[in-house]
Design a binder for this molecule. Structure first.
Ligand SMILES: [Fe+2]
Length: 259
């Protein structure tokens, strides 16, 4: 499936010398949300998975990657050390395969009591500068959401809210997105949301947030090759043109190779 959609390594190399494809994700620049460190969350399970996904990102046009394993006490109690050690192994594997794309690691922090402990105890892994990617329960709004986001800000971090369009409990609160922005948070759209991958409600919300210009960043939130296939197919859709002019800030993030 992967080869059919994205071409083999050989054809990828020959593509590098050809004209860039008319429709791909290269206008985004750096992807800031993915799960490519093998075996530590629900993304890539093996180094082979990681390599396949990084190759898919290159084929989609992304210029560099900030990969963001979950840190979630109940399901994926990862640490900064565990993530950064995994990144070192990924760098070695990419080098061995001759794959040249800058990859850094940060984290997708799940907002709960454990996150509060980490926040008070140690430096967080940042996407860029002081910006930290956070998510929360899809089932309900955390009771102290705004207090915790404020606490981050008092510690000089700027929260990036991952996939705000996916929190269905926000649907009764259409002003919540503006409120998050007014409070100094950044919003990250999942690219898969506009494809309809998570259902029509999420797609509709994402389109509304695009119309209102409320998003700051785009992220693939890529966990597996199905996600890559969906993003590839979407570039052929007429809806892709609607978002491909959106001024996401990803393009401002430059990562030197080897990082
Ligand atoms: Fe994620």
């Amino acid at each position: 499936m992967f080869s059919r959609l994205f071409g083999s390594k050989k054809s990828d190399e020959s593509k590098e010398n050809a004209e860039p494809p008319a429709h791909d994700w290269s206008w985004v620049g750096t992807d800031i949300h993915s799960h490519f460190i093998p075996g530590i969350d629900d993304g890539a399970q093996t180094m082979e998975d990681s390599i396949e996904l990084v190759r898919a990102m290159q084929s989609l046009g992304f210029k560099s990657i900030v990969t963001t394993p979950h840190i979630n006490y109940d399901h994926y109690p990862n640490t900064s050390d565990r993530i950064l050690n995994g990144l070192k192994e990924l760098h070695i594997a990419l080098k061995e395969k001759g794959i040249h794309i800058p990859v850094r690691a940060a984290a997708e922090y799940f907002i709960d009591d454990y996150f509060l402990q980490i926040l008070e105890r140690e430096p967080l892994l940042t996407i860029t500068k002081n910006q930290v990617l956070v998510e929360f329960s899809f089932a309900f709004q955390p009771v102290q959401l705004f207090e915790i986001l404020f606490k981050m800000q008092t510690l000089k971090y700027q929260p990036i809210i991952a996939h705000p369009e996916r929190y269905l409990f926000f649907m009764d609160k259409p002003d919540v997105y503006e409120e998050l922005k007014d409070r100094g948070c950044l919003l990250q759209m999942n690219a898969l949301s506009v494809t309809g991958y998570y259902g029509p409600q999420v797609k509709h919300t994402a389109e509304k947030l695009i119309e209102k210009g409320l998003y700051d960043y785009c992220g693939t939130d890529m966990h597996n090759i199905r996600h890559a296939e969906t993003l590839k197919k979407f570039t052929e859709s007429k809806h892709f043109a609607k978002i491909s002019n959106y001024p996401f800030k990803n393009i401002q993030i430059e990562i030197p190779e080897g990082n």
